[in-house]
Structure formats: structure tokens, C-alpha cells
Design a protein around this ligand. Structure first.
Ligand SMILES: Cc1cc2nc3c(=O)[nH]c(=O)nc-3n(C[C@H](O)[C@H](O)[C@H](O)COP(=O)(O)O)c2cc1C
Length: 398
């Protein structure tokens, strides 16, 4: 049986599937529901001393969008977007701490981990929140430098407004790390240019992990009304965004190998995605949007899916999977030369590959397409559009 246990910043988590900080972890009631599914842990909704960020949640609204970015009614497709406006925890820190304590007690009975999440608008506030949540008993604190909504709230200096200001973010990180004794993880915004550099700075001042990444900001007009959906810009993400997140996980993994803990979030839909996050270098994977579509049980389903996959593939533990795809990634210059090959027996001469070839390699024939070898650079466009399995293969040029 595969061992799914993970050592994350020195904290044992029974499996890497974690409910990320969001509405499914809004309060003790919700967090217990996540724990009941068998998830490795929960990250509590971000506790804040900002009245504006709390008040925003009282006016939360979101829509699941289809591939055309129209509002879904009923059926939500696999490649959905979650377009939403929401804030941080509804309660004041004094009211929220008891929720965390109650969840910690329940989690201990269910071998689950509760991670705290904080966000303030002042350095002193970040420190105070860090101490409060550590006193509540959490073994790990996530600082939310990625929340997209403050971008739409002039004067509210938190979330991504912090994550985009590396100097200020480092000041906060250092202050929190010095004030608490539990490990601190930093949840970053993807809306910056260099998260490797940022991670290096965060690590050097005491951060134990990075959470890659919070969501983007988007804008979607409704062409019938000429007005934006849900009144304007909103946080946007969904399963389709996964490659953008994995790119950063790949970069950070390459730069730090096992010297930095990585939590992955933003685009993990199911256990297959969890595997891809881990193979890119993530230690744990935080999930939100899919849980908001299918409910809490979705988390447990992914834990079981991951376990089945590991057993079938013979992975004994997560270390055997972690970062293997990142470690195998090649520079453009190191890629082996390839070329397309057509099997004339299988080719139906449908001609689709001809439209997908821009190097004049695929040539029309009477019975089947053929490849002008000197022109073929092995791009693979033909292979992707060919509807007949086995008719076109891409192989390394001998
Ligand atoms: C409605 C909503 C509320 C969220 N609230 C928080 C929050 O309070 N703190 C936080 O760090 N991230 C928050 N997030 C971001 C999620 O934790 C998660 O990182 C993000 O949705 C990407 O993961 P996903 O692709 O699984 O949804 C929120 C996301 C959504 C959609």
C-alpha cells in the first residue's frame, strides 16, 4: 500500500490533499466537513483584522463559467472558470480563533492537520494575527499575499497588493517569522514577473514554504447586456489555469530542489492534477474551486484516486513522485531532433495533417499522406490533429 504521508515544513500531514483557504473552510462547521472526507488537512479561511476585507465577504458572489466564459446553469464543464468576488473570514480575529480551536480539536481526533491563514493591512497587524493564530494551536501559518480582491479596493494594502511589492512582503514575512515559532508559508500572487527570485528572498528571511499561487484578476463582459458579469473585475481561475501554476512550481523546484517546501494551488481539479502538481514539485496540493462545484466529498474522492494511482503505478511514497517531471524537463537546446512518420496502411488520407503543417513536410498522396523528410522538423502538429490512432507517429530522428 502506498504511503501518502507528507512531511511539510516538519509537520506530518497524512496525505497531500488539503482544502485551501476559502469558503469550504469558512468556519469550524465547514472545516469539519472537509476533514470528514479524509483530506490531509484544511487551511482555515484567512483571518483578518481588516473590516473592509471581512465586509466584502458579506457581499460575496461568484459564477461558474463555461468554456466561452458564459454563466453556467446546471451543468458545469470540466474546463470551467470560477469568476468571483469575495473577501476574507467573516469574523473578527477574536471571534474566529475559537472556530480554529474547535476545528483543531476535531482534526486531532481524525488525524488531520489545520493550517492557519492570516492577512492584515499593517506590519504590526500581521505580527499580531500571527501570534493569535499560533496561540490558537495551529502548527503552520500561511500568509495570504495573493488575494486578488484588494486590487479592486483602493487603499486596502493587503493580499496581492502586498505580493506585488516584494520589499514590503519581505518586511512582513521577516516580522511574522521572528514573532512566531511555528513555520510560516507564503501564499503568493501569480501576477508578478519572478516568483523564483521572490521565493529566494522569502527563504532567506525565514519562510519555510511558498504556496504557488493564488488566483488572477479577470474581467468578463456579458454581450447581451453590455455590462460586466457580477458588476466588474473579479478573481478568476479554474482547472484550465493549471499549466500556468505548474510552470511556477517547476521553476521553484528547479531552483531549490528539496531545499524549499512547496504547496501547490490554482488549477487542481482532480487526483490526476494532484499527481501532476506533485510530479512538478509540490509537497501538498490545496483545492478549492472543484470543491465549490461538487461539494466537500470531492476532496475524499481525490485522496482515494491518488492512492489507487500510486498503488497501480507502484509508487511506495510521495517522494518517489515528487518533482520527477520537473527534474526531467529539458532546455530547448537539449531536445532530441524528431520527425513525423506516416503509416500508409492506417492513414485514411483525410488531409487534416496537411492543414496543420507549416513546414511543407506533409504531402498529399493518392492513397495516403507522406512526409517530405528534409522539411519535417518533428513539431507534432500533424500528430495532434490526426484522427486515426497509429497513422502518424513522432519519433526521434536516427
Ligand atoms: C470564493 C473564493 C474565496 C477564496 N478565499 C480565499 C481566502 O480567504 N484566502 C486565501 O488564501 N485564498 C482564498 N481563495 C483562493 C483559494 O484558496 C485557492 O488558492 C484558489 O481558488 C486556487 O485553487 P483552485 O484552483 O483549487 O480553486 C479563495 C478562492 C475563492 C474562489
Amino acid at each position: 500500500m502506498a504511503n501518502m504521508q507528507v512531511d511539510f515544513c516538519g509537520v506530518r500531514i497524512k496525505n497531500p490533499v488539503v482544502a485551501s483557504s476559502a469558503e469550504p473552510t469558512l468556519n469550524a462547521h465547514n472545516m469539519k466537513k472537509c476533514i470528514d472526507t479524509g483530506a490531509g488537512g484544511v487551511i482555515a479561511k484567512t483571518m483578518t483584522d481588516s473590516p473592509a476585507m471581512r465586509e466584502l465577504t458579506t457581499r460575496s458572489k461568484w459564477r461558474f463559467l463555461n468554456e466561452r466564459h458564459e454563466v453556467c446553469r446546471g451543468k458545469v464543464p470540466r474546463a470551467f472558470s470560477l469568476y468571483g468576488r469575495s473577501g476574507l473570514a467573516l469574523e473578527t480575529p477574536e471571534e474566529f480563533v475559537p472556530q480554529i480551536k474547535e476545528t483543531l480539536k476535531y482534526a486531532a481526533e481524525h488525524d488531520a492537520t489545520v493550517i492557519g491563514s492570516i492577512a492584515s493591512t499593517e506590519i504590526s497587524g500581521w505580527v499580531e494575527l500571527g501570534k493569535q493564530i499560533e496561540d490558537a494551536g495551529v502548527p503552520l501559518i500561511e500568509c495570504n499575499f495573493g488575494c486578488p480582491h484588494p486590487h479592486m479596493m483602493p487603499g486596502v494594502r493587503t493580499g496581492m497588493n502586498v505580493g506585488q511589492d516584494f520589499d514590503y512582503a519581505c518586511e512582513i514575512t521577516q516580522a511574522v517569522c521572528e514573532a512566531v515559532s511555528v513555520p510560516v508559508m507564503i501564499k503568493v500572487t501569480p501576477q508578478v514577473t519572478d516568483l523564483v527570485l521572490f521565493t529566494e528572498r522569502l527563504k532567506s528571511i525565514g519562510a519555510s514554504a511558498v504556496t504557488l499561487t493564488n488566483r488572477f484578476i479577470g474581467f468578463v463582459p456579458d454581450i447581451e447586456t453590455g455590462k460586466p458579469l457580477i458588476y466588474g473585475q473579479a478573481g478568476v481561475g479554474g482547472p484550465w489555469i493549471k499549466p500556468l501554476t505548474l510552470r511556477w512550481i517547476n521553476d521553484v523546484r528547479k531552483a531549490f530542489k528539496d531545499e524549499m517546501f512547496i504547496a501547490g494551488t490554482n488549477g487542481a481539479y482532480d487526483w490526476r492534477d494532484v499527481v501532476q502538481f506533485i510530479m512538478s514539485g509540490a509537497h501538498i496540493v490545496e483545492m478549492c474551486s472543484a470543491v465549490m462545484v461538487y461539494g466537500y466529498k470531492w476532496l475524499g474522492k481525490q485522496v482515494r484516486g491518488l492512492e489507487k494511482f500510486m498503488n497501480e503505478k507502484g509508487y511506495e511514497n510521495l517522494e518517489q513522485m515528487r518533482g520527477i517531471a520537473s527534474d526531467a524537463a529539458m532546455a530547448y537546446a537539449d531536445m532530441p531532433p524528431e520527425r513525423a512518420k506516416v503509416d500508409p496502411e492506417t492513414c485514411t488520407n483525410c488531409g487534416r495533417c496537411l492543414h496543420a503543417c507549416f513546414y511543407q513536410a506533409m504531402q498529399p498522396g493518392d492513397e495516403a499522406t507522406w512526409v517530405k523528410e528534409e522539411n519535417c522538423i518533428g513539431c507534432g502538429g500533424c500528430y495532434s490533429v490526426c484522427p486515426v490512432p497509429g497513422a502518424i507517429e513522432i519519433s526521434i530522428r536516427q
